[in-house]
Design a protein around this ligand. Structure first.
Ligand code: CTP
Length: 414
């Protein structure tokens, strides 16, 4: 039986990391699965793993420098860039990610990354502070927007003694993504996914607003995963930091009322709704028409409740529509999520802990439970928002495929 990578040509780019030795396992499993593998080692990678090992495993010469072996290196890197079905960068250092994002071509690997049209899959490995650094996050966002793929990193104890996200994800997870990228299946093809994301700004006067800390990172991760699964994606987004994927349709709003209007306008054409926005619960009753002048006296604002967007559409949900919500809780996450499940007629609630380290607003990771009607809550380990999006869609897919006519109202109070 042909292996999962039969007849595929893969460039395995390896950078300097303590995890570089795992590239040997990756190369060996790819070859076993039928791929032809060309290993490329940066200068730093060669301090951690030997080119000879990779040559032995792949049966092909490893590329270690721009002007080393080939008779015509200029042509060779173009030829390999054209030949490849996939570039797998594992482990991918912060430096490689930065160079790829900026289009720097100063060695064989980065030069061929510019020349190739093949999909790029980065498996980052670095110190958690390097991973969390805004420069690295901006570079990942740039590459993602351009269509590059990322798998991991994992969270855990790092070689430097820190504990957090930055560890090369398990080779099995990398190989699974390689398999999917080489043999794309689009289980959500033809499905329309509508996501609310980001914060709301509720005006006080023409220059001031009341807002919240939502970064939009979870909404972005969900949009990317939905696109990967072949869905048509619309994101109704309030103000946010995280850039949205180019392939999603983005509708920009400020207030909760505008968000509700945009969701309502698309509701009938929606198959899967995900309420990831941190909707402002209140707005200023009568925003001032002119800028308020500071006169030293106490200023009292009257706040009135905003509409509950998820509940509003949840209560008119058709049997063929799926609605997913979040419950940001500081305590009793599962109990509060169960309450929201029925109050807002959700099919799934992602309960996440806010106010604890590495989880909630603005962070890259989340500690969450998946809560669905009639099932015991599934506790997930601390994971990146990208990984959480994958888990959420795995659940959604089960619901989509289990029944073309998903179960109707779950005890919603009307
Ligand atoms: N939500 C919404 N419209 C609102 C408030 C919340 O659509 N006005 C959605 C959120 O996007 C999220 C879910 O409802 O998916 C739960 O949001 P959360 O802020 O946790 O709950 P609240 O309903 O505001 O309840 P509470 O503040 O009492 O926890």
């Amino acid at each position: 039986m042909p292996g999962p990578y039969a007849d595929k040509e893969i460039v395995l780019g390896i950078t300097g990391s303590i995890a570089a030795y795992k590239a040997c396992e990756l190369a060996s499993r790819l070859v076993e699965g039928g791929a032809t593998v060309r290993a490329v080692l940066t200068g730093a990678a060669q301090e951690f793993v030997g080119a000879a090992s990779l040559e032995g495993i792949t049966g092909n010469p490893a590329i270690t420098s721009m002007f080393g072996q080939a008779t015509n290196p200029e042509i060779e890197h173009i030829a390999v860039a054209r030949w490849a079905d996939l570039f797998l960068l594992a482990p991918a250092s912060a430096n490689l990610i930065a160079k790829a994002a900026q289009g720097i071509a100063d060695d064989w690997l980065t030069t061929s990354l510019l020349a190739t049209r093949a999909p790029l899959l980065f498996a980052p490995a670095m110190n958690m502070h390097m991973y969390a650094h805004p420069a690295t996050q901006a570079n990942i966002a740039t590459l993602t927007e351009r269509g590059a793929h990322f798998v991991g990193p994992d969270s855990g104890a790092l070689a430097c003694g820190d504990v957090g996200p930055g560890r090369l994800i398990d080779p099995a997870a990398i190989l699974e993504r390689v398999r999917v990228l080489l043999n794309p299946v689009h289980p959500l093809a033809g499905k329309r996914v509508l996501i609310t994301s980001g914060a709301n700004h509720e005006p006080v006067d023409p220059v001031r607003f009341i807002g919240n800390r939502s970064s939009g990172k979870m909404g972005r991760a969900l949009a990317l995963e939905a696109l990967r699964q072949g869905a048509e994606v619309t994101v109704v987004t309030g103000p946010h930091e995280a850039p949205l994927p180019r392939d999603a349709q983005s509708i920009h709003v400020e207030t909760a009322a505008e968000m509700l209007e945009a969701v309502e306008a698309r509701w009938n054409d929606t198959d899967i709704f995900i309420a990831a926005a941190a909707v402002a619960d209140y707005r200023v009753d009568r925003p001032m028409a002119e800028k308020h002048k500071r006169d030293g006296s106490v200023l009292t604002l009257t706040l009135v409740p905003n509409p509950d967007i998820a509940r509003h559409v949840g209560l008119k949900k058709r049997a063929d529509q799926i609605s997913v919500g979040f419950a940001a809780e500081t305590h009793d996450a599962v109990r509060n999520a169960t309450d929201k499940l029925s109050r807002k007629n959700f099919d799934l609630v992602v309960a996440n802990e806010v106010g604890v380290a590495e989880s909630g607003f603005g962070t890259d990771t989340n500690k969450a439970w998946l809560v669905a009607p009639g099932m015991e809550a599934e506790e997930l380990p601390l994971m990146t928002k990208d990984a959480l999006a994958v888990r959420i869609f795995a659940r959604i897919l089960t619901a989509v495929t289990a029944s073309p006519d998903p179960s109707p109202v779950h005890g919603a109070s009307r």
